[in-house]
Design a protein around this ligand. Structure first.
Ligand SMILES: [Zn+2]
Length: 551
């Protein structure tokens, strides 16, 4: 999973704070009663799944960094398995869809940042005080006054305009991440994306953004945030992928240093953070300091690829349509060592998801089950770089874009506890929620919606690339009952293994939970690929708006 939707915080890939501790009341699990006896599992045993995971998360593949030899080896293994299973190539070059990237790396020794108080510069320490974000373009030299813009959001649906009445021309907008309590999670994620955030700021003539992570929603210490701050960020080549035209500066501030920015304004960071913690409205006001930055960015081009395979449908008409089953195959590569280990293997994130695709592809092909629609298995690159490979595929698919009826995405589904319930992201957004409910409940599995909507999981993995193209999408994980020992186990996993080297093959997993999850994926694919009706967004779904924007 992508550490945090890039747009919310602009922190480099490795460095994003993760799970908010302040969460809204939890929605109770679905209370649907079982309509029929559970269908017994028969297609998967968990062992083949684990064999795939062991290969893909082996140290030899060096954490499958986008553009690396390790990822190439992982992909060639996947292609070999798909061939063995009898799937058809559906990329641009056999099974491969090449994706061009530009990598950007800050050269800190030639870069600097300072606050200017009454004409006097106060140098900031890169890493301790601030981090440059290379996710957007950085101008070599920027000097500009600062304006505090609260959460920095413009949300017409909630009549929120943090920029109203402010003079932002030639200035840098400083904001705290988060949103007021009355903003639903989906709106908060959408308008907090850098794409949406930058639109009104650009119109107002602003030059850049500085984000201060909300201390209430950080559970990764700043020391770990800064450890990989100079790791290159990666971007799709092509003007259609530039989300922030004209943006000249993007910085992230260590909350512990935030008062340096607020000093002299009549406010304190403690006061603002206190409001943000409770998701209360924040004030907007000019800051007493301006900023001067010098940024040297080293750029390189590199190539990676998505791996795309097809299982053709059998219906003369519907076979022209495709259901996508996607999982990202990249992970974080080699990074700062933690407990002496510097290989970020990404076993659960997301060798585990790729292994499901391989298992389900093999099973469907072997069983000869008749699927009316075609199924596309998409192993996408660059997810950890900001959903890049899926964005490239969803924007330039190797099949007719209008023929894609749905995306079912798998990312970090966490089979580390027995599978009794399934947490479904996007459960009430489209017909796909009804389909997965039917399939899971027939197997004795309870369905529950997202238990932590503020984590914005629905927009934090590759399904969001398809959602943005108007394609109904869904993703799901092994679920836990709120407050249960299993819920604690999940939380501990996020704290101790998420995006650290110990997400490797020496961790306990529940093979029968993995097998059960695969069974549901298989059932869901059959359901969606054979249903005469194409999946639709629900009439009241927030995400329906992207359908009109389809190009
Ligand atoms: Zn991840």
């Amino acid at each position: 999973m992508f550490r945090k939707f890039l747009a919310l915080s602009l922190i480099p890939a490795f460095a994003l704070p993760a799970v908010p501790q302040q969460l809204p009341p939890q929605t109770p699990a679905s209370t649907h009663k079982l309509a029929r006896p559970a269908i017994s599992q028969s297609h998967f045993d968990g062992k083949s799944w684990w064999d795939y995971v062991k290969f893909l998360a082996d140290d030899r593949l060096e954490g499958r960094e986008t553009g690396s030899e390790g990822l190439r080896q992982a992909e060639s293994y996947v292609v070999e398995q798909l061939r063995k299973s009898g799937l058809e190539p559906a990329g641009a070059d056999g099974f491969y869809q090449p994706v061009q990237f530009e990598s950007r790396q800050i050269v800190e020794k030639d870069s600097s940042a300072a606050l200017i108080h009454d004409g006097k510069p106060e140098p900031l320490t890169l890493g301790d005080d601030v981090i440059f974000s290379t996710r957007t373009g950085l101008a070599p030299d920027v000097q500009a006054p600062l304006v505090f813009v609260g959460y920095g959001l413009q949300i017409p649906e909630n009549k929120i305009d943090d920029f109203a009445g402010l003079d932002l021309h030639g200035k840098i907008a400083v904001y705290i991440t988060g949103s007021p309590a009355d903003v639903p999670a989906a709106l908060s994620a959408h308008y907090g994306s850098i794409l949406e955030r930058w639109k009104p700021l650009r119109e107002a003539g602003a030059e850049g953004v500085i984000s201060i992570p909300n201390p209430a929603s950080i559970d990764v210490p700043w020391s770990r945030v800064t450890a990989n701050r100079t790791a290159p960020s990666m971007h799709l080549v092509g003007s259609e992928f530039d989300d922030t035209p004209g943006l000249q500066l993007a910085l992230t501030v260590n909350p512990a240093s935030a008062d340096k920015f607020i000093a002299g304004s009549g406010h304190t960071f403690a006061e603002l953070a206190g409001l943000a913690k409770d998701r209360k409205p924040l004030p907007q006001f000019p800051l007493a300091v301006s900023i001067h930055t010098v940024a040297k960015v080293q750029t390189k081009t590199l190539e990676s690829a998505n791996v795309i395979a097809r299982l053709p449908g059998t219906d003369p008409k519907l076979s022209a349509q495709s259901v996508i089953l996607s999982a990202h195959i990249d992970h974080l590569g080699i990074g700062a060592p933690i407990n002496g280990d510097s290989i970020y293997n990404g076993a659960m994130d997301n060798a585990a998801g790729c292994a499901v695709l391989l298992d389900v592809a093999a099973s469907l092909k072997k069983s000869g089950v008749k699927l009316r629609r075609s199924v596309i298995f998409a192993f996408v690159t660059g997810e950890e770089k900001g959903l890049q490979g899926s964005r490239f595929f969803a924007t330039h698919p190797t099949v007719d874009k209008n023929s894609i009826v749905a995306d079912i995405n798998i990312d970090m589904f966490l089979p580390i506890v027995p599978l009794k319930r399934l947490t479904v992201y996007g459960l009430t957004e489209s017909d796909l929620g009804d389909a997965v409910t039917k399939v899971a409940e027939a197997r004795g599995i309870t369905i529950q919606p997202d238990q932590e909507p503020l984590r914005n999981v629905f927009v934090r993995s590759d399904q969001y690339s398809f959602i943005r193209q108007g394609i109904p999408s869904i993703t799901m994980k092994v679920g836990v009952a709120p407050g249960s020992p299993e819920a604690q186990k999940m939380k501990d996993w996020l704290t101790n293994r998420y995006h650290v080297p110990s997400d490797d093959i020496n961790q306990p997993v529940d093979l029968s939970a993995a097998a059960g999850y695969e069974e549901i994926m298989r059932g869901l694919l059959i359901e969606v690929a054979t249903n005469p009706n194409r999946p639709q967004w629900k009439p009241d779904s927030f995400f329906r708006r992207f359908v009109q924007q389809r190009d």
